[in-house]
Structures are given as structure tokens and as C-alpha cells.
Design a protein around this ligand. Structure first.
Ligand SMILES: NC(=O)CC[C@H](N)C(=O)O
Length: 359
């Protein structure tokens, strides 16, 4: 059946709707990686968004289950040029179309994705609706993303421990990607994942060696009520934050975040380490960024910078052992160039232990 992507500007893009006919609302964003759709679809940071894939062929290696970053697909809808009806890969056990249908995620295919992306690049990530009836759209009556608590929708509700390593990391779950957990476990950590609004006392009782603030969906300023506690934790334990976690660290210490006109979502964003001059090709998925000037009185200094638009990609603190990056060293999808950044966190945790031993 015919389906339509209606942007909040009123522009309409026609396609073919796969799956049930239902109207969905979301923020329309684009992802530029050539592969990695299974990881993207299951990354909780995409909650509430409609993802336009700039690579024209999606679904060609199917769905294998192993590459999933969470237990279910997260975006409100998927928009692409062409969706292969069968996946050609020895690990594939299901087609992308079938997988999306199972979870009632609309897939709009045959769309002029190049034209959509050009509009987003001009005007910014914006609200949009997928519908079969474009004449009947009234944006004013639609549920706006701003009213949803996206982090609450994706965060765990129970405390659970994974791995058996030497360092005990408490990961505050704002919508974590599985690859972050596996990266930490691989490096010798035992990780206790806790709900995003877990109180400090419970976290202290878990006796962490370090605190990890995960990635997650939406505007970091929706979580301002948690920043005082985050600051106390980050000044007590070695801490690492990725993406939303990084943004929350900046806010906690008095910094500020703003929205990029259009987000960085892809697998080839170049980032430079200001200290070593080393350049990493990184995996990214974010709309917000920490502003340079806002860091002045926070004790943070920019450590990593995006080579394309010079936005801050990570910070270090002059006093506290904090590792904070806007990009994704856990990759998935994308290159693993920057996975060594997890080692900064490990080093911080071990020196804190040494401090305790020699105190
Ligand atoms: N991947 C993330 O953690 C995204 C962070 C935040 N939701 C943003 O869009 O900027």
C-alpha cells in the first residue's frame, strides 16, 4: 500500500508501506553508515525517532540476532530506498521486513531518501509523520516527542549483574547498548546495570570501583533532576560516560548542551584526540553536543574534537578521573579504532585501588 512521510514543514514524500497501516509520529533523522542496520534498529538511543538510511540497499544480509544492541527494535519507523525481501547471509534467520513487522515498526520503502536528507541537512532534524492519508495530517494534535520520557521507556527496571571481572562497574542505564556491556566485560569488569533513577545510597551499597553513564535517547536536559547526584558520584568514583552519559557529565558540572542542526549518525565521523593528535574514525549517534564556552568553569577541558564541524567529542577533568566521550568507542556499528578509550577508565579504576592500598 502507498505510504507517505510528511515532514513538519508540510512536505510529503511518497513510498510503499511494508507492514500494517498505522500512523506514527517521530523525529526524523538520518544514518549514513553503509552497513549496521541491525545494530541501529536495536540501539535504544533511537527511541522515538524515524531513521532514514542514506545507503540505498538495506536488508541485504538479513537479521541474525547476534548483532542486536537491545532486545527489541527501537525507532518509530524505518525509511529507506530499497528493502531486500530476503537476507543473503549464512547467519541470517529472518528478513528485515519480517523482523520489523513482528514488532509493528512501519518500513517505508521506495522513498527518495536523498531528497529527504537534503531537506534535513538544510532545516535540521524535525518532527514527521508516516501515514497512508497525507491530506488528513494536523501536526498540532499529534503527540510530540518533547512530552515523552524516552529514557524511562528504555531503561531497565531491575538491578542485574553481568560478567565476573576484577573491577566492579555500576552502569547507570539510560538505554545502554549491549556492546558497551560486552566491551567492559571483555576488559575484566563485572558490571551491575541499574535503572536510570537509582538513588545514590543504593549505588554506594553496591561498592563500585567505577561508575559508567550509558548512552540513551532524547534531550539530556530532561534529566537535569539527576545531575546533582551524578556530580557527587563522579567526584567520588572513577567515571566514564558515553554520548548521553557524556552530556550529563557536562551538565552536572555546570556546562551546557545544545542541539546540532542535524545529528551525527554514522560510522565514519573523524575525531581527533587533542592531546595526542591521533585521529579516530568513529561510530556516532547523537543530536546534542556539549558547548565549548560552557566548559570554562566546570574543570573540564575538551579532549576530543570532531574534525568535520569542530564540535566537542570528549572531555577530561583537571581534578577527577573522568573519561567522557560523545562518540562510541564500543562501535557496533562502525570501526573499533577508539576502543582503547575504555582503557582510560580501567587505568583510573586501578589507580584508585592503588591509592586505597597505599593510603
Ligand atoms: N547515543 C546517545 O547517547 C545519544 C544522546 C542524545 N540522545 C543525543 O541525541 O544527543
Amino acid at each position: 500500500m502507498k505510504g507517505y512521510l510528511v515532514l513538519s514543514t508540510g512536505e510529503v514524500f511518497e513510498g510503499e508501506l511494508l507492514g500494517e497501516s498505522k500512523e506514527v509520529y517521530g523525529e526524523v533523522v538520518f544514518f549514513t553508515g553503509m552497513t549496521g542496520y541491525e545494530e541501529v534498529i536495536t540501539d535504544p538511543s533511537f527511541k522515538g525517532q524515524m531513521v532514514v538510511f542514506t545507503y540505498p540497499l538495506i536488508g541485504n544480509y538479513g537479521i541474525n540476532g547476534d548483532d542486536q544492541e537491545s532486545k527489541a527494535p527501537q525507532p518509530s519507523a524505518l525509511i529507506m530506498q530499497s528493502c531486500r525481501s530476503q537476507g543473503y547471509h549464512y547467519q541470517s534467520h529472518e528478513s528485515l521486513e519480517k523482523y520489523a513487522n513482528k514488532y509493528s515498526i512501519p518500513v517505508l520503502v521506495g522513498v527518495d531518501t536523498r531528497a529527504v536528507v537534503k531537506r534535513i541537512r538544510e532545516l535540521g532534524d524535525m518532527g514527521a509523520i508516516i501515514t497512508t492519508n497525507p491530506e488528513m495530517i494536523d501536526f498540532s494534535t499529534k503527540q510530540v516527542i518533547g512530552t515523552r520520557n524516552l529514557v524511562e521507556e528504555v531503561s531497565t527496571t531491575k538491578i542485574e549483574t553481568f560478567g565476573q571481572g576484577d573491577f566492579h562497574v555500576v552502569m547507570i542505564d539510560f538505554g545502554y547498548k549491549k556492546s558497551i556491556l560486552t566491551s567492559l566485560i571483555k576488559l575484566g569488569c563485572k558490571v551491575t546495570v541499574v535503572p536510570f533513577d537509582t538513588d545514590e545510597k543504593t549505588i554506594n551499597n553496591l561498592k563500585p570501583d567505577g561508575i559508567f553513564l550509558s548512552n540513551g535517547p532524547g534531550n539530556p536536559k530532561k534529566l537535569l533532576h539527576l545531575t546533582e547526584q551524578i556530580k557527587r558520584l563522579a567526584t567520588t568514583y572513577p567515571t566514564m560516560g558515553i554520548c548521553l552519559g557524556h552530556q550529563l557529565l557536562a551538565l552536572a558540572f555546570g556546562g551546557d548542551t545544545q542541539k546540532l542542526r542535524f545529528g551525527h549518525r554514522g560510522a565514519n565521523q573523524p575525531v581527533q584526540d587533542i592531546l595526542t593528535k591521533k585521529v579516530y574514525i568513529t561510530s556516532q549517534n547523537h543530536s546534542y553536543f556539549v558547548t565549548d564556552e560552557s566548559l570554562k568553569k566546570t574543570g573540564f577541558t575538551p579532549r576530543y574534537i570532531n574534525i568535520n564541524d569542530r564540535s566537542i567529542e570528549g572531555m577530561s577533568h583537571i581534578l577527577y578521573p573522568i573519561t567522557s566521550v560523545q562518540f562510541h568507542p564500543e562501535a557496533h556499528p562502525g570501526p573499533t579504532d577508539s576502543e582503547e578509550i575504555f582503557l582510560h577508565f580501567l587505568t583510573d579504576m586501578s589507580s584508585k585501588r592503588r591509592e586505597k592500598v597505599y593510603a
